[in-house]
Design a protein around this ligand. Structure first.
Ligand code: B12
Length: 493
């Protein structure tokens, strides 16, 4: 095999001008890079939103350029990405596309690369690319789309040819779209079999300067170097608005790394000078004993915790009598969580059961009391609520607003009301397409949280936007509305 060299790319980002740009910091490409390298394939990573070493983030990440679609774009110019690939003689390119609102960025990146270098194979993967694989291939800029996790099958596709490997949609020699279905050969037997992700290939210095892991602002808090970590994959819940609802069988199943492996990863991160961790697990807090062990290791290693993804309120209760698990909250507080998001989701049990796995049980879980308890313990708990599911009535929405109000009265710093977005890859997307709430030819540029994305909903979309704005104003303090709602949560356009 000749010496192969590939470049994995996080494309530039597009956002609404009021939206806060967030550096990527996801784990897909660093897992792929270490897997490719373990098979002898040299691999680099380019986060085009911040650029390479010679770029100053003032000219990339902090340089918003207005586009025709009304959104602003940050990051490298597409032509510069193409020139960089040509100059460095890469043999193949892999593009990450997890986020539907960023679809155009993935397409433009691939287009510019193919224009300058028509022969170079371009692969894409990630939740969005696999859900929209046909759309991706039909642009003519991509050669193959990975339909699942890529660590095992991507190196094989590079070495053996994509047509010989399960888990890819690709164009054959005649330009016809072919699909090699996902099967058990795509996955490791044990999560620990995957090589340790190649964090050292991420622009950690640039991320440190931006100081906003996962959008959580840590500026002014002494610019700690941070990194994402994932100690498990998958989830025990299958909420319709999450991709796991359609990927229950493989990617969605909860699989965990051993504690020894987590410790090995922490040691590696320490040696890279990382001080703060962002846990990206979909449901880290569910297995309490394991989570406690992980937090105690993180403490021993003197890591700070930036935040955690995938919080579920049910984990803060003792299941046998539905009392609040104070000991667990105490452990989280000691682990360094000054803030834990509070996903109350809805005040309607019917909506919770139908769309959110019924994991909030309003009869058993007294959420205002939980809020008060957390506040008394010194834990800040900003609330997230969702209103406007396809068949949700105004009465049901009112229950959510009422619950939000109560949570605010019990000490929530603020309550954010969001409209649900039927992201491709989720069950809600399937419901939306089938129920005619979303046109199959929808424009991904429009899939952001400011707008009601679904049409024909029981409460019409314009009315939903009005109610959302009304609820955010009614429940929150004036200064919060000024500072945060208008800028981050969604408000009148
Ligand atoms: C970290 C993260 C972020 C980060 C980084 C984003 C990113 N590029 O992923 C930030 C903070 C930016 C972010 C923002 C948002 N996020 Co987010 N985020 C995540 C999270 C929690 C982890 C991603 C990760 O590291 N996964 C772990 C790695 C190992 O998996 P992976 O990335 O999928 O990669 C594997 C495969 O997909 C494949 N693969 C991936 N890329 C490639 C490329 C090639 C070439 C190949 C062969 C294979 C391949 O192989 C990889 C290894 O197995 C995911 C949930 C999740 N579990 O993935 C949500 C997720 C990606 N986010 C999601 C959402 C909705 C959002 C927001 C809209 C939230 C919001 N309301 O603001 C915003 C988007 C903002 C915007 N303007 O676009 C959705 C996306 C749904 C969609 N279709 O768009 C997800 C899937 C969560 C969900 N519940 O469904 N997010």
């Amino acid at each position: 095999m000749k010496n192969l060299k590939g470049l994995l790319i996080y494309p530039p980002a597009q956002l609404m001008k009021q939206e806060r740009a967030r550096p990527d910091g996801s784990l897909g490409l660093i897992y792929l890079a270490s897997s490719l390298e373990s098979k002898g394939i040299e691999t680099d990573i380019l986060d085009a939103s911040v650029g390479v070493a010679e770029h100053n983030i003032q000219n990339t990440f902090y340089n918003p350029i207005k586009q025709e679609n009304g959104l602003v774009r940050i990051g490298m110019e597409f032509e510069d990405i193409a020139n960089y690939i040509k100059k460095k003689n890469y043999n193949f390119v892999g593009i990450n596309s997890n986020l539907t609102p960023q679809t155009r960025m993935a397409f433009e990146t691939a287009k510019a690369i193919k224009q300058l270098n028509p022969k170079i194979p371009i692969y894409a993967g990630g939740v969005n690319a696999r859900a929209l694989n046909k759309r991706f291939l039909e642009t003519g800029h991509f050669d193959a789309i990975c339909l699942t996790e890529g660590e095992i099958i991507f190196p094989r596709a590079i070495i053996e040819g994509v047509e010989n490997v399960s888990g890819f949609a690709y164009k054959d020699k005649n330009g016809k779209i072919k699909v090699n279905q996902v099967d058990e050969t795509c996955f490791p037997e044990n999560l620990d079999d995957l090589p340790i992700p190649a964090w050292e290939k991420l622009p950690l210095d640039k991320y440190g300067q931006i100081a906003s892991p996962h959008g959580v602002d840590v500026t002014g808090k002494s610019n700690h170097r941070y990194a994402p970590i994932m100690t498990s994959r998958g989830c025990v819940w299958h909420c319709t608005f999450c991709h796991i609802s359609t990927e229950k069988e493989n990617i969605g199943k909860l699989r965990t790394h051993s504690i020894e492996r987590v410790l090995e990863e922490m040691n590696g991160l320490k040696s890279l000078g990382i001080e703060k961790l962002f846990f990206e697990d979909d449901t880290l807090l569910t297995r309490k004993k394991r989570a406690k062990e992980i937090f105690s290791k993180a403490r021993e290693k003197e890591f700070l915790i930036a935040n955690v993804n995938g919080v579920n309120l049910i984990d803060f209760y003792n299941k046998k009598d539905w009392s609040i698990d104070i000991e667990y909250l105490e452990i989280l507080k000691q682990a360094g969580y000054e803030q834990i998001v509070f996903p109350a989701e809805s005040g309607s049990q019917r909506i919770l059961d139908k769309y959110a796995s019924g994991k909030v049980k309003l009869e058993k879980m007294d959420l205002p009391v939980l809020m008060k308890t957390m506040v008394n313990m010194g834990i800040k708990a900003p609330v997230n609520m969702i209103i406007g599911f396809p068949d949700e009535t105004e009465e049901e929405i009112q229950k959510t607003i009422d619950l939000g109000k109560k949570l605010k009265e019990n000490g929530a710093p603020y309550v954010s009301f969001f409209l649900p977005i039927p992201f491709p890859g989720s069950k809600l997307y399937d419901i939306a397409i089938k129920g005619n709430y979303l046109n199959r030819d929808f424009n991904p540029d429009m899939m952001n949280w400011k707008r009601a994305i679904m049409t024909n909903t029981f409460v019409p979309p314009k009315r939903l936007e009005e109610i959302r704005d009304y609820a955010n104003e009614l429940v929150n303090d004036k200064d919060f509305i000024k500072r945060a709602v208008q800028n981050t949560i969604g408000y009148k356009l």
